[in-house]
Design a protein around this ligand. Structure first.
Ligand code: 13P
Length: 287
C-alpha cells in the first residue's frame, strides 16, 4: 500500500537519518528500488519526473504499475509515490492519478506567485490525503531540459513557503542535478543552518544527491535534511553495467536476443547503488 511521505520524513528528521528518493523510469528501475528497500527494511520514495511520467505513458500508468508491483512483490516497507519537480498542471494530474505525494516546483516563479500556487496546491493535496513538497531557490543543473543555476535560497522566503503548510521543503543550498563540475564550491551549510533556524520543525529535502561527498551528506542530515533525491547515479550505474555486458559480447551468447538478460546487469547495478545510498543516508532498518 502506498503511503504519504510525511510521516516517514518526520520520523527521519527526529531519528537523524534521511529517506532516499529514487527516480523511476521504467519497470526495471521500480522493481530494483522496491526490492532493495524491502531487503534492507527501509522506507522509500519513488520519484517520478514529468518527463518520466510521459515516457511511461502517463501518471495513471505509473500509479497502476507501482501499486500492482508493490502488491505482487509483497512489499511491506512504507513506499511513497511522489511527483518530482511538478508543474502546477502536473500536480493536479498526479493528485487525480492516485499518487501519494507531490512536489510543486514554483521556484522559477516570483515569490508571490510561488506562494499563491503553493497555497492552492497544499489545500488540494491535503484534502485528498497526499503530502506535498515545495521548492525555494532553483536547484542547479539540468532536469527534463530545464537548466537551473544552483542558487542558495533566501531563508525568509523559505519561511514564507514553509508556513503555507507544506509537509517538507526543498531549498537550494548550492546543490545541482547531475554530475558536479570540478570547480563546484560544495553545499552552503551556512544557508542550510539559516533556513533550518527559520523553518524550525520541518523536514528539508536535498536534491541533486548524485556525487555529493559522504561527509557533506552526513552534515546536511545533521542540520535537518530528511529526504535526499538520487537520479543520475542510478542512470550511470545502469548505463555502465549495460555497456560492460554488451562490450564483453555477453548479449551475443545463447539463443537469440533476450531483453530480460540484457537488462539484468543494469538492474543489479541499480540495486547496488540504492543499497549504497541507503547505507550512507542511515535509513536501513528504519521501516
Ligand atoms: P541527481 O540526478 O543529481 O541525482 O538529482 C536527482 C534529483 O534531485 C531529482 O529531483
Amino acid at each position: 500500500m502506498l503511503v504519504t511521505a510525511r510521516d516517514m520524513l518526520y520520523k527521519a528528521m527526529e531519528g537523524k537519518y534521511a529517506v532516499g528518493h529514487f527516480n523511476i523510469n521504467n519497470l526495471e528501475w521500480t522493481k530494483a528500488i522496491l526490492l532493495t528497500a524491502q531487503e534492507l527494511n527501509a522506507p522509500v520514495i519513488l520519484g517520478v519526473s514529468e518527463g518520466a511520467g510521459k515516457y511511461m505513458t502517463g501518471f495513471e500508468t505509473v500509479t497502476a504499475m507501482v501499486k500492482a508491483m508493490d502488491k505482487s512483490l509483497g512489499i511491506t516497507v512504507p513506499v511513497a509515490l511522489h511527483l518530482d519537480h511538478g508543474s502546477y498542471e502536473g500536480c493536479y494530474k498526479c493528485i487525480k492519478a492516485g499518487f501519494s505525494s507531490i512536489m510543486f516546483d514554483g521556484s522559477h516563479f516570483p515569490i508571490d506567485e510561488n506562494v499563491a500556487k503553493t497555497t492552492e496546491l497544499v489545500n488540494a493535496a491535503h484534502q485528498l490525503g497526499l503530502s506535498i513538497e515545495a521548492e525555494v531557490g532553483a536547484i542547479g543543473g539540468e532536469e527534463d531540459g530545464v537548466i537551473g543555476k544552483g542558487e542558495c535560497a533566501d531563508p525568509d522566503e523559505c519561511k514564507r513557503i514553509a508556513d503555507l503548510g507544506v509537509d517538507f521543503l526543498a531549498a537550494g543550498i548550492g546543490n545541482i542535478h547531475g554530475k558536479y563540475p570540478e570547480n563546484w564550491e560544495g553545499l552552503s551549510f551556512e544557508t542550510l543552518a539559516a533556513i533550518k533556524e527559520k523553518v524550525g520543525d520541518m523536514p528539508l529535502v536535498l536534491h541533486g544527491g548524485t556525487g555529493i561527498p559522504a561527509d557533506m551528506i552526513k552534515k546536511a542530515i545533521s542540520l535537518g535534511v530528511a529526504k535526499i533525491n538520487v537520479n543520475t547515479e542510478c542512470q550511470l550505474a545502469f548505463q555502465e553495467a549495460t555497456r560492460a555486458y554488451i562490450e564483453a559480447g555477453k548479449d551475443q551468447q545463447g539463443k537469440g536476443f533476450d531483453p530480460r538478460k540484457l537488462l539484468a546487469p543494469g538492474f543489479e547495478a541499480i540495486k547496488a547503488t540504492v543499497k549504497e545510498k541507503m547505507e550512507l543516508f542511515g535509513c536501513i532498518g528504519k521501516a
